[in-house]
Design a protein around this ligand. Structure first.
Ligand code: HEC
Ligand code: HEC
Ligand code: HEC
Ligand code: HEC
Ligand code: HEC
Ligand code: HEC
Ligand code: HEC
Ligand code: HEC
Ligand code: HEC
Length: 493
């Protein structure tokens, strides 16, 4: 060590010792209260103040976050602010879980001694000041305590929601998200048994819920697949701060921070749920338009439902589909996820001379996908409320009332889906298969014996299989596609 460095080192050590012994009046104010081990904490660990100190370098983020509900989370009934049970999730740094009506939290192990819980019910101006600094859900609720020297900050960044888990037997320890302590409802569902929540959704259950296996799966590594199949890929595709971020090939299931950008305030722009993107989505297969044509088929105006369209759309563009029809293709069809295409009534290969009805009353649902797959009225905290179910499964009945009559049930849907499956079987048997499942598995569009008109007729089948709703998303378009395919087959056969 050079002499002047040694000198600095000694001075620093002396300062640190003084600080440790007597505390210090730093930028963040006077010493905090004593920790579990009796030592005095020199300065406040949580900076607080709604990120004021971060503005210097992250101004636009701080402004955006101020427009989210998190920033207003302390604006609840003043009486409830006396109740530690309520306050625990509506403030920053509360780290001793409170059971309803119990004081046990006060004697529980206290991981840090500078969060809101450490000033709750404490008399004096200092405690009042600290409480004021830690109201609401702030930057440090997610990025971890960053004081006192936040200029050398090492914030937590967490893109994961669940670690490796057994989708059939979810336990709380499987969840590694920063959101869980406060957002139990979205993980567990309103009934608290996980069934209505994210934890049992398909988004969380890929590769059997095994994160390592998920990382091994080819689409977790390939850039062109990550944008829709991983949390990190979708963030990188939508947030310029992460375009060149090094995620070191360690990627996670689609989870809370995939769909929600905690910095995305409403700001009167109609995105009250902090959704990462709700912009227009142009289909990949836009024929007869070019993708940049203003008339090109586009999903727009569906509020929160716009989010889903970014991933749940066909992936083949005009040139690719033309190639599939002309020469066949090993992965014939639009790729697994043609839901948006089906819903707006475009995006399948359409046969010259046939007519297709694109519009259906289902397109009147205000938030499209979200109306049928997420939001429904249910009892929560003792009152009936609109809740977004995060298992993303449509609840036939509850999600459909308002338009369909009371009593509308699985039986009605099965009956309709049966008519679509009959048409699919009818097409498949023309091709010589026993049924449409047989055709899905065994038809080879690249076989030299297969003709162009056969591929034209077959495309609709793969489009409907890719959609997965067996026609429910757009009963009219689905029916027309199959009828057109069947008559095209018969005209040429
Ligand atoms: C003196 C300027 C400055 C201040 C003050 C500051 N930051 Fe930062 N912060 C930066 C810079 C520069 C980066 C980018 C570092 C990088 O790209 O590796 C950054 C990165 C971050 C990141 C991303 C880290 C990552 O791994 O990519 C987070 C989160 C963050 N800051 C949070 C905060 C919070 C919260 C505060 C206030 C408590 C704060 N910062 C205060 C300069 C600052
Ligand atoms: C410290 C507790 C806490 C943490 C941690 C937390 N939230 Fe929240 N969140 C709340 C509270 C309380 C509200 C209700 C705020 C209000 O509207 O007054 C809320 C509201 C929301 C809303 C509704 C929209 C809005 O702006 O009000 C979304 C979406 C949300 N949180 C997502 C998240 C995500 C995603 C995470 C994890 C990255 C997260 N939250 C972490 C407590 C928390
Ligand atoms: C486990 C954490 C947790 C506890 C405990 C909790 N809340 Fe909340 N609270 C939240 C979250 C998260 C939200 C927003 C998202 C949602 O609705 O699920 C919220 C939303 C609210 C809202 C609606 C905010 C708005 O602007 O619409 C009010 C009011 C509220 N809570 C009051 C209370 C009261 C009163 C208690 C105590 C009886 C309480 N909370 C206990 C986490 C909690
Ligand atoms: C509810 C949780 C939550 C809150 C509150 C929150 N962040 Fe973040 N932050 C995240 C997550 C998750 C990421 C990574 C994904 C992303 O950017 O959306 C992130 C990323 C960042 C980044 C790096 C990317 C970028 O946009 O430059 C910065 C800087 C940052 N946060 C600063 C802040 C500041 C400052 C505040 C408070 C004003 C804040 N965050 C509040 C969860 C949160
Ligand atoms: C435009 C978004 C998007 C892109 C890009 C994308 N996929 Fe998908 N993919 C989806 C969606 C959404 C689903 C699930 C919906 C469904 O079941 O129809 C899915 C389903 C799948 C499935 C079946 C379900 C599963 O998870 O086991 C496989 C396999 C698959 N994709 C592989 C890939 C591969 C390989 C790539 C890259 C070459 C890729 N995908 C790129 C959106 C995309
Ligand atoms: C696949 C996308 C997606 C994922 C994953 C996701 N959300 Fe949501 N979330 C949404 C959409 C869309 C809405 C808006 C529903 C609406 O319009 O009311 C929403 C609404 C919410 C709300 C508002 C409260 C409500 O009931 O309307 C909260 C809070 C929330 N999400 C938290 C979370 C948390 C916590 C996670 C992680 C377990 C999560 N979300 C995962 C898409 C998602
Ligand atoms: C970031 C891309 C992405 C977004 C955004 C997204 N999904 Fe998904 N979704 C997928 C992928 C990929 C799968 C297949 C399972 C997997 O790999 O996670 C899937 C699976 C599903 C499934 C189950 C499909 C099956 O075959 O079992 C449903 C239902 C679903 N998503 C609905 C929604 C809804 C509703 C929204 C909007 C609120 C949405 N998704 C938003 C990518 C996405
Ligand atoms: C009118 C209500 C409704 C709307 C709107 C809707 N869905 Fe569906 N969706 C359903 C029903 C019903 C099913 C079939 C469920 C079944 O057969 O078990 C389904 C099936 C699915 C599946 C396949 C699930 C599986 O298990 O294979 C996915 C993925 C999906 N929808 C995503 C979306 C997306 C994305 C949107 C928006 C573009 C959307 N849905 C709009 C009702 C709807
Ligand atoms: C925005 C209102 C609206 C919502 C929400 C809605 N539907 Fe529909 N649906 C209709 C109307 C109206 C028709 C029949 C008229 C038509 O064909 O346009 C219909 C037709 C159908 C059909 C075709 C029936 C047939 O025999 O032709 C099925 C199946 C269906 N809906 C299922 C569902 C399911 C399942 C849900 C909930 C997950 C749902 N719908 C939600 C308005 C709605």
């Amino acid at each position: 060590m050079k002499p002047n460095k040694l000198y600095k080192f000694i001075v620093t050590m002396i300062l640190i010792s003084i600080v440790a012994l007597i505390g210090c009046e730093g930028d963040q104010g006077p010493a905090g209260p004593a920790g579990d081990d009796g030592s005095s904490i020199s300065e406040y660990t949580y900076v607080g103040d709604k990120g004021e100190a971060c503005s210097h370098c992250h101004a636009s983020t701080v402004e955006q976050v101020a427009l989210t509900g998190h920033s207003q989370a302390y604006d609840i009934d003043p009486e409830d602010l006396e109740n530690p049970y309520c306050v625990q999730c509506h403030t920053t740094g509360w780290d001793r879980p409170v059971s309803y009506g119990s004081d046990d939290w006060m004697t529980a192990t206290n991981p840090d001694v500078n969060g809101f819980d450490d000033y709750f019910g404490v008399e004096g101006d200092e405690a009042a000041e600290r409480r004021a600094a830690l109201e609401g859900v702030q930057c440090e609720s997610c990025h971890g305590p960053m004081g006192p020297d936040f200029n050398n900050h090492r914030p937590d960044l967490n893109f994961a929601t669940m670690g490796t888990h057994d989708p059939e037997n979810i336990v709380a320890d499987d969840i590694i998200s920063d959101c869980y302590p406060c957002h139990k409802t979205q993980f567990e569902g309103p009934s608290g048994d996980f069934t209505g929540g994210y934890a049992t959704s398909a988004h969380a259950s890929v590769a059997g819920g095994d994160v390592d296996a998920f990382n091994q799966e080819h689409y977790a590594h390939i850039g062109s697949c990550q944008g829709c199949h991983t949390s990190e890929g979708f963030i990188a595709a939508n947030d310029p701060a992460f375009t060149d971020y090094n995620f070191s090939n360690n990627v996670n299931f689609i989870g809370c921070v995939t769909c929600h950008d905690p910095h995305m305030g409403d700001g009167g722009e109609g995105n009250p749920a902090q959704l990462r993107t709700v912009g227009n989505v142009v289909l990949s297969y836009t024929f007869p338009y070019e993708p940049d044509d203003p008339e090109a088929p586009t999903m727009s105006g569906y509020g929160s439902g716009q989010l889903c369209a970014n991933c749940h759309k066909g992936r083949r563009d005009n040139a690719n589909v033309a190639g599939q029809i002309a020469n066949g293709y090993a992965y014939f069809g639009p790729h697994h996820s043609s839901q948006t295409d089906m819903y707006i009534g475009y995006g399948s290969y359409e046969i010259d001379g046939q007519t297709y009805d694109r519009s259906h009353t289902h397109q009147n649902a205000e938030h499209a996908c979200v109306n049928c797959h997420m939001v429904r009225e249910t009892e929560l905290h003792g009152s009936v409320q609109e809740v977004a179910f995060h298992n993303f499964r449509p609840e036939i009945g509850t999600n459909c009332t308002g338009c369909h009559e009371e009593g509308f049930s699985d039986t009605d849907v099965d009956a309709f889906q049966g008519t679509i499956e009959d048409l699919m079987d009818s097409l498949a048997t023309r091709f010589g298969f026993t049924d449409y499942h047989d055709m899905e598995e065994n038809w080879d569009s690249t076989d030299e014996a297969v003709t162009v008109w056969e591929r034209e007729a077959a495309y609709a089948m793969f489009f409907i299989i890719g959609d997965g709703s067996l026609g429910v998303h757009n009963p009219d378009y689905a029916t027309d596609l199959l009828n057109a395919a069947i008559s095209h087959y018969d005209d040429n056969d």
